[in-house]
Design a protein around this ligand. Structure first.
Ligand SMILES: Cc1cc2nc3c(=O)[nH]c(=O)nc-3n(C[C@H](O)[C@H](O)[C@H](O)COP(=O)(O)OP(=O)(O)OC[C@H]3O[C@@H](n4cnc5c(N)ncnc54)[C@H](O)[C@@H]3O)c2cc1C
Length: 386
């Protein structure tokens, strides 16, 4: 029998993340503000061990398992998706280093992240598009020079770019699909220009920025993996991170569901009873509940696949796709179930809708997830004959 119960350690960790969410995130009124990065809140998340949870203990981090990060993602996602994104992005932004970096690189780049509040970014996307970066010429290039490389180009919509101390940058050295390589670039290197030119629909507590590289010198020792290995490095990092997006989707869907429960118990139908006793209202909550359970089960299974070294792409993309769809559906549904207050800025539902939308977009759109799922789902396999 599969055992879904949490260990005492996992329960305690989940409780810690929930307590942080209730105490520090939910009372905040400033999280939905353009261009405002609530550094004091991230400092508290750092002190709580949430920001560095993904970094192994030998480099000073929390050494939390991926499953524990998934548990935290659900809790933080309940409080604010922007805070969840910026806090837990460390998993994505350090994955390339952890999976393919040398011991020297890990010590030099990871340890400082655990000494004081600082961030790292995963810089893949470019203004010309990111979904097809593998197949088309990347505009960010790395030209070999004496002792290293010169990076030129632009990376766009990069989470935590304005607050990162380094970026993991994917750049093309050679033409063709084998050409992407991966580099660590310090945000203070000469030629790096970071800005925040975006007004986002939601997740405003998360930083999102643009990085311009103009002849930025990167020493040979800061290339991650081998030349041309960038695709493999990037895909492995994102495969794991997508499961975290699914967990955040579970969190925000639970928040939307809870809003409808409170409303249903405190507002009355024409028969004088609370709306919660009307069958249509109850059935909508029942559907939300069932969907939340389905996506959480899929998320945990995908996490297990990724963490235990299985291929995992099909399940991680399935969880990411299903989570994004659910979050958008559930938050929209909640808005209608709350009546006028679900549409007003003074209510929370409209913010949840705006925050949730990007779960369908970042780390690959629905179309991209379906392409990856189809890669294995459409194989005939051994039991079927053409
Ligand atoms: C708030 C936010 C934070 C982000 N953080 C990061 C980050 O930290 N690091 C990072 O690297 N990126 C980040 N991104 C970028 C994000 O991952 C991309 O926006 C997303 O993957 C979509 O890629 P794109 O914007 O380049 O669109 P495109 O690749 O241009 O795609 C546009 C549309 O075309 C469709 N499409 C493209 N190719 C195909 C195809 N072959 N078949 C069918 N349909 C296709 C897509 O589904 C999409 O609907 C972030 C984005 C946002 C909004």
């Amino acid at each position: 029998m599969v055992d879904f119960s949490l260990t005492e350690e996992q329960e305690n960790w989940k409780e810690r993340a929930r307590d942080f969410t209730t105490r520090e995130i939910m009372p905040r009124k400033d999280l939905d503000t353009h261009g405002h990065f609530p550094r004091d809140l991230y400092q508290k998340a750092f002190d709580e061990g949430l920001v560095t949870a993904a970094i192994p203990k030998e480099y000073g981090g929390g050494g939390r398992s991926y499953f524990e990060l998934i548990l935290a993602a659900e809790e933080l996602g309940y409080g604010d998706l922007g805070v969840a994104t910026s806090t837990l992005l460390m998993k994505l932004s350090t994955a390339s280093l952890l999976n393919f970096g040398t011991e020297d690189q890990k010590k030099r780049w990871l340890s400082p992240l655990t000494e004081k509040l600082s961030f790292a970014s995963h810089a893949w996307t470019e203004p010309e598009g990111s979904s097809n970066l593998v197949g088309r010429p990347a505009t960010t290039t790395a030209r070999p020079v004496d002792g290293g490389f010169l990076i030129n180009g632009i990376k766009s919509t990069i989470s935590n770019a304005n607050v990162a101390s380094f970026f993991t940058v994917f750049a093309r050295m050679n033409p063709g699909t084998e050409g992407l390589s991966c580099f660590i670039v310090s945000s203070t290197s000469p030629g790096v220009e970071v800005s925040n030119p975006y007004l986002k629909m939601g997740q405003r507590a998360a930083d999102t920025g643009q990085i311009i590289f103009r002849d930025v010198f990167v020493p040979e020792k800061d290339m991650i993996g081998k030349p041309g290995q960038g695709i493999q490095i990037g895909m492995r990092a994102i495969r794991a991170s997508r499961v975290g997006v699914a967990a955040m989707a579970v969190g925000v869907s639970k928040r939307a569901r809870d809003l409808t429960k409170v409303y249903g118990h405190t507002h009355f139908a024409s028969d004088g009873k609370p709306i919660i006793y009307q069958q249509d209202y109850r059935f909508q909550i029942a559907e939300m509940e069932a969907e939340i359970e389905m996506v959480r089960a899929l998320t945990w299974r995908a996490c297990w696949e990724v963490e235990s070294g299985h291929e995992g792409m099909k399940l991680s993309s399935s969880a990411k796709w299903a989570g994004g769809e659910m979050a958008v559906r559930t938050t929209n549904r909640a808005s209608e179930m709350l009546g006028a207050s679900g549409y007003l800025a003074s209510g929370l539902a409209e913010k949840l809708i705006r925050d949730a939308k990007v779960l369908q977009i970042y780390e690959g759109t629905g179309a991209i997830q379906k392409m990856l799922i189809a890669d294995t789902a459409c194989r005939l396999g051994s039991g079927l004959k053409p």
